[in-house]
Design a protein around this ligand. Structure first.
Ligand SMILES: Cc1cc2nc3c(=O)[nH]c(=O)nc-3n(C[C@H](O)[C@H](O)[C@H](O)COP(=O)(O)O)c2cc1C
Length: 309
């Protein structure tokens, strides 16, 4: 059975994964702590915590609240900043076999470019994941990922600034993901991650206040899976670059479902909060399903649910 996938077939460096199971940004830190307990080299790829130019302390606590079939988080992008990541994390990644991808987030187009160029050529960094689900401060807070032109501008800037392959992570906060997926692919993205958390609110009735100090946060977990599924279906039909699914995958069958919708790889996020071994379990369950079904390669099932026959 061959579970290998290439997330950047058109890039000279390519982005080859031994299997389609990746970790989701922000749910695995930078992998260092978990690597003490589990073998990270068995996974397809690791995605870092969202990384900004300067370190960020993040929001006041509590930063997460459990909701039916999911959770809402408002971490506020706490991270050590790109300089410290290069100094103290990348050298460890360099010793691993598994490709490590840095998730980057800027507040302006120029910041995305600076982040991409700082990470260019750093040993241990196999690629970037560009999170465009964040406010564009230059135009008053509309997310880059909600406007095809702004999204394409970020992608062109990143492409100019790095020779690394990169994925672009789309927001589900749009009525139709296809125009954004098309604009991002046309601007030079090597793959898409579909999709990020969904803005949400939970209120503590006893306190008569939102649970989270800042009120709102991003919903993730099984509650968002059918939404992410539809977005993967549409984005993979609208573009010819690989699509990585993100949203509510909890087990191997969820992974199969995303691949049938058109995904090339699947990220495991919130599932890791319930079960730190979830990415490895999902991989075992995916293998067992393929074995039972006589599936030799994921090409046999990728996008089958999109067929009309
Ligand atoms: C606690 C937490 C922190 C997250 N931090 C980031 C982040 O820094 N950058 C990013 O692009 N996505 C971030 N995400 C979104 C996840 O990577 C993922 O896209 C989303 O949670 C949906 O997948 P899931 O339902 O499998 O968790 C975060 C999610 C959670 C739950």
């Amino acid at each position: 059975m061959d579970l290998a996938v290439n997330l950047a077939p058109r890039h000279k460096l390519e982005l080859r994964l031994a299997n389609p199971i990746m970790t989701a940004s922000g749910t695995f830190s930078n992998g260092i702590e978990i690597a003490r307990h589990f073998d990270v080299d068995q996974l397809g790829a690791i995605v870092s915590k969202g990384t900004t130019l300067r370190p960020r302390r993040g929001n006041a606590t509590p930063r997460t609240v459990e909701t039916p079939a999911g959770m809402i988080n408002a971490i506020g992008f706490q991270n050590i900043g790109v300089g410290a990541l290069i100094q103290s994390i990348a050298p460890t990644w360099e010793r691993w076999q598994v490709p490590c991808i840095v998730n980057i987030m800027g507040e302006t187009v120029a910041e995305y470019g600076l982040l991409a160029s700082r990470l260019d050529g750093i040993p241990g960094v196999a690629g970037l994941e560009v999170n465009i689900s964040c406010p564009n401060v230059e135009v008053g807070g509309l997310e880059f990922g909600q406007d095809p032109r702004a999204a394409a501008e970020v992608v062109r800037e990143v492409a100019r600034s790095t020779s690394l392959p990169f994925l672009v992570k789309l927001t589900p906060s749009v009525s139709d993901i296809r125009p954004i997926a098309e604009a991002v692919a046309a601007a030079g993205a090597h793959a898409l991650t579909v999709s990020n958390t969904i803005p949400a609110l939970a209120i503590d009735v006893k306190r008569r206040r939102p649970y989270l100090p800042g009120g709102f946060g991003g919903l993730s977990g099984p509650a968002v899976k059918p939404i992410a599924m539809r977005n993967v279906f549409f984005a993979s039909a609208a573009t010819d670059i690989p699509v990585v699914a993100s949203g509510g995958a909890m087990n191997g069958l969820d992974v199969v479902e995303f691949i049938m919708a058109g995904a090339s790889a699947v990220q495991i996020g919130t599932a890791s909060f319930l079960d730190p071994e979830a990415p490895w379990r999902c991989l075992r369950e995916l293998r067992a399903w393929c074995e039972n079904e006589g599936v030799q390669s994921l090409d046999e099932i990728r996008g089958v649910a999109r067929r009309r026959d």
